[in-house]
Design a protein. Structure first.
Length: 90
């Protein structure tokens, strides 16, 4: 289980707000609203990491596979992040 808690926001609360039309298509009312629905809140990240390692050839060649799965929806992140690799020692 991995987590990250930010102590403060990345910028001001209105960092993503832009001037826009609030009632399209007539556009009689204008105001400020978040761009693409993005809000600058303090995100908390909780992820689960599951994986395995195995020896392919003694202690010289090791392969591993891992997957990182987010447990909450805060922030802008991928749904699942697969990882794989090979380690070699001489």
């Amino acid at each position: 289980m991995l987590s990250r808690h930010q102590f403060q926001r990345a910028g001001s609360a209105e960092a993503f707000d832009v001037e826009r039309c609030l009632n399209p298509p007539s556009c009689t009312e204008r105001g400020r609203a978040p761009l693409f629905g993005l809000e600058n809140q303090r995100p908390d990240f909780y992820d689960l990491s599951v994986g395995l390692r195995f020896n392919v050839w003694g202690d010289v060649l090791i392969m591993y596979a891992n997957v990182l799965v987010p447990l909450n929806d805060d922030g802008l992140r991928a749904e699942v992040i697969p990882l794989a690799g090979i380690e070699a020692t001489l």
